[in-house]
Design a protein. Structure first.
Lengths: 107, 119
């Protein structure tokens, strides 16, 4: 199985900060890497697909980069509504797997 | 409006069986890849299964041989049959549409249904 490792597990940031979350795959997954945002008690929401493509309706302050095994999600200027948990997921090979999540908290 | 609505969750004893349903509207289950994802209390997301348009399936190792994903085309509904349930299967279960044009990212999610396995 392909293991997905996110870092950090949690971070504290202020509104307006630039935030970067990393995700590493245990083997190359091309660009079959997606990012989700989940708020407490809610279903996940697709933010980025294919590593660098912004899902329709998602603000442009979100961006993604990477290919192969190393990926990042960047929020250019953190907004109050961005405080949530973020997950990466690979769909290169079944079983599809998620990272353990990164909780973004208010400093 | 595209919508997925899960149902069928509840409290079940270890070793029991439960069938979850995911009713779709605004999308057709048999022309999309459809997936189940679960989240144990206070934990992260865990992918469970996918049903491909061809009718083939894949499962997480943790549920292989115990869970079966299927669909009813006339009812436009996805199912997850869960047998030999364990305490560690306790979770919120989400169904999701897998977007082929998004390199298999999951772009539509239901609200989730809660399964509690306990004696």
């Amino acid at each position: 199985d392909i293991q997905m490792t996110q870092s950090p597990s949690s971070l504290s940031a202020s509104v307006g900060d630039r935030v970067t979350i990393a995700c590493r795959a245990s083997q190359s997954i091309n660009m079959y890497l997606h990012w989700y945002q989940q708020k407490a008690g809610k279903a996940p929401k697709l933010l980025m697909y294919a590593a660098t493509s912004l899902q329709s309706g998602v603000p442009s302050r979100f961006s993604g980069s990477g290919s192969g095994t190393d990926f990042t999600l960047t929020i250019s200027s953190l907004q109050p509504e961005d405080f949530a948990t973020y997950y990466c997921q690979q769909t290169f090979g079944a079983p599809w797997t998620f990272g353990q999540g990164t909780k973004v908290e208010i400093k | 409006e595209v919508q997925l609505v899960e149902s069928g969750g509840g409290l079940i004893q270890p070793g029991g069986s439960l069938r979850l349903s995911c009713a779709a509207s605004g999308l057709t289950v048999n022309t999309n890849y459809m997936s189940w994802v679960r989240q144990a209390p206070g934990k992260g997301l865990e992918w469970v299964s996918v049903l491909y348009t061809a009718g083939t399936t894949d499962y997480a190792e943790s549920v292989k041989g115990r869970f079966t994903v299927s669909r009813d085309n006339p009812k436009n509904t996805l199912y997850l049959q869960m047998n030999s349930l364990r305490v560690e299967d306790t979770a919120v279960y989400y169904c999701a549409r897998v977007a082929l044009g998004s390199w298999y990212g999951m772009d539509v999610w239901g609200q989730g249904t809660t399964v509690t396995v306990s004696s």
